[in-house]
Design a protein around this ligand. Structure first.
Ligand SMILES: Cc1ncc(C[n+]2csc(CCOP(=O)(O)OP(=O)(O)O)c2C)c(N)n1
Ligand code: SF4
Length: 251
């Protein structure tokens, strides 16, 4: 008779920093789930679960509050980094991070985001760039690329009517208070691994008290892009990498 051998290290486990038994809150194939898991794995690895206060925002990223197994506050409508500033300044021994969409971070809350970086707040900020307002139905957002068709740019984004997209990581890197700014992607396993290293760095600078740590993550929105998950990852490679190059912009 054959004996079954199990290598426990190869069995996928839910990080302790995520609540077990929570229903997957995102659309099938959405990369938000991968991004949240990476953050949770890092909190586990740094043994930060008991010391962390998460700040969720508005948009699909708000689902973080149902899922993360740390203390959490919600600061909707672009105010995540303003709220996180207060949370961190009154709890200097805690690890504080925000989890925001590109619309929340770079349009609705651009002033709050930019000024937190300029002030060098000792906070980690994660921004999911899916080039659209996901939760509200796929409208054009600050990161919608030129020519992209959305529900509010039915003939594609053009400079005359909509202006140009914002390159968030590059802009945040220009702020003097920024200690770390980078852009990763979730389109392949390799890029997921690299993105995890970038998020780790953004937490490390906070733990070392160096200032604002930021990672922008290129992420799919299969529902509003009207694509399969596979096609969405293809789109990231074909259309987004040239506009939003991956890499570290400030360290
Ligand atoms: C000032 C303001 N305008 C509009 C809205 C409506 N709103 C709620 S969620 C959302 C989309 C957020 O999109 P994004 O941050 O890109 O996150 P995603 O849903 O794509 O993850 C919008 C526009 C709002 N909450 N506040
Ligand atoms: S609408 Fe888009 S970003 Fe939001 S959960 Fe669905 S696929 Fe993800």
């Amino acid at each position: 008779m054959q004996t079954e051998t199990r290598n426990e290290n190869l069995i996928f486990k839910i990080p302790k920093s995520l609540k077990e038994g929570t229903k997957f809150p995102f659309c099938p194939g959405c990369d938000h789930g991968v991004a949240v898991r990476l953050v949770a794995e890092i909190l586990d690895e740094f043994n930060l679960r008991e010391k962390t206060i998460a700040v969720s925002s508005i948009g699909c990223s708000v689902m973080l509050y149902d899922w993360v197994n740390t203390d959490c506050v919600e600061a909707p409508h672009g105010r995540a980094l303003a709220a996180a500033t207060g949370v961190k300044r009154t709890n200097t021994d805690k690890c504080v991070f925000t989890y925001q969409g590109d619309g929340d971070f770079a349009s609705i809350g651009l002033a709050e985001s930019m000024h937190a970086a300029l002030r060098g707040e000792n906070i980690t900020a994660i921004c999911i760039n899916n080039t659209t307002y996901g939760m509200t139905g796929g409208q054009a957002g600050p990161t919608t690329i030129m020519g992209q068709v959305t529900t509010t740019s039915p003939t594609g984004r053009n400079k005359e009517y909509y202006g140009y997209p914002i390159k968030i990581a590059e802009q945040i890197a220009l702020c003097e208070g920024t200690a770390f700014a980078a852009r990763g992607s979730l389109d392949t396993v390799l890029n997921i691994r690299k993105t995890k290293e970038l998020i780790k760095k953004a937490f490390e600078v906070q733990l070392q008290g160096l200032g604002f740590g930021f990672v922008e993550i290129l992420s799919s929105c299969p529902t509003n892009w009207r694509m399969t998950p596979q096609e969405s990852h293809e789109r990231i490679r074909k259309e987004l990498f040239s506009v939003y190059p991956l890499g570290v912009y400030k360290e």
